[in-house]
Design a protein around this ligand. Structure first.
Ligand code: AMP
Length: 282
């Protein structure tokens, strides 16, 4: 296992791999690795000749007042977990490497970036797209792996890759949860035990939606209303949005269809959590 910190070094290495006709599987992360990240690494390990993880807390995807500074970082632990998962290369660039002085370019996926999480996190997906486009250009992976937990992010990346003919196979893998249903997230470490308990309301509301749909409910408004009512009962929870939408373009649906995404964002104290349910997973 090698750790590369310089863009040039990573580019040269990736070029050498291409020359040797080795396929590259890339898992982009912001570190603080958990079982969700490891599930992506396991699949990527099977698919690619060479497994690369990028670990980079990307400043441009955090808005003013968001948690960039206190975002959890534990590089030593990440190295151990990545090694155990069979990673060949950790690409962990410094800020100056990714955004050198005078950096001017950004990548945006119009409309999609404004919906759901984009409405409250202005510029977030622009930051994500720009850094992922850079990672793809530096590493030239054959496949890249993303989690369904960040459904909108995965969809936006797919669109960017298609629109810009990037030629990277995007693989989206299911959300990994704790035993009680809480979706794993690096941000869960912000939660105290009471908040963690309150955070279960996201999963519970998705379970409620699932039950309603299984019982025959098809009206999106009714499902959203019931989810909101359940979330309102949880004192620590502040609902940001609940959406019943079309999973490709994230536009709101009036009625449930076989391929429907139910997504929500909720603040528990100062911590913003997201989760979703993709029908078809039912
Ligand atoms: P992050 O480090 O939070 O930027 O996440 C890196 C990748 O891991 C993204 O593609 C996420 O969607 C994915 N990921 C994060 N949490 C989970 C989870 N609980 N289950 C599956 N994938 C996840």
């Amino acid at each position: 296992m090698r750790i590369l910190k310089a863009v040039k070094e990573m580019q040269l290495y990736a070029r050498k791999l291409k020359h040797e006709a080795k396929s590259i599987a890339l898992v982009p992360t912001m570190g603080a690795l958990h079982e969700g990240h490891l599930s992506l690494l396991r699949k990527a390990r099977i698919d690619g000749d060479v497994l690369i993880i990028s670990i980079y807390v990307n400043p441009t995807q955090f808005g003013p007042g968001e948690d960039y500074r206190r975002y959890p970082r534990d590089f030593d632990r990440d190295i151990k977990l990545a090694t155990k998962a069979g990673v060949d290369i950790i690409f962990a660039p410094e800020d100056g490497e990714v955004y050198p002085d005078g950096f001017k370019t950004s990548v945006r996926v119009a409309e999609l970036e404004e919906r759901l999480c984009g409405a409250s996190r202005r510029g977030h997906f622009q930051g994500v797209c720009t850094v992922v486009a850079k990672l793809f250009n530096i590493i030239r992976p054959d496949y890249a792996y993303f989690g369904q937990k960040d459904a909108q992010q995965a969809q936006i990346i797919k669109k960017m890759v298609a629109d810009l003919n990037m030629g990277v196979g995007i693989v989206v893998l299911p959300t990994v949860r704790d035993k009680d249903g809480l979706a794993l997230s690096s941000r869960n470490s912000y939660l105290n035990p009471t908040e963690r308990q309150a955070g279960l309301v996201l999963y519970k509301s998705l379970q409620l939606a699932r039950e309603l749909i299984c019982a025959g409910e098809r009206q999106a408004e009714t499902i959203k209303q019931q989810m909101q009512d359940l979330i309102r009962v949880e004192e620590l929870a502040q609902l940001e949005y609940v959406s019943v939408c079309e999973p490709d373009n994230m536009t709101e649906l009036a009625a449930i269809q076989p391929d429907t995404l139910i997504a929500l964002a909720v603040r528990i104290g100062k911590t913003r959590l997201i989760d979703n349910l993709l029908l078809g997973e039912l």
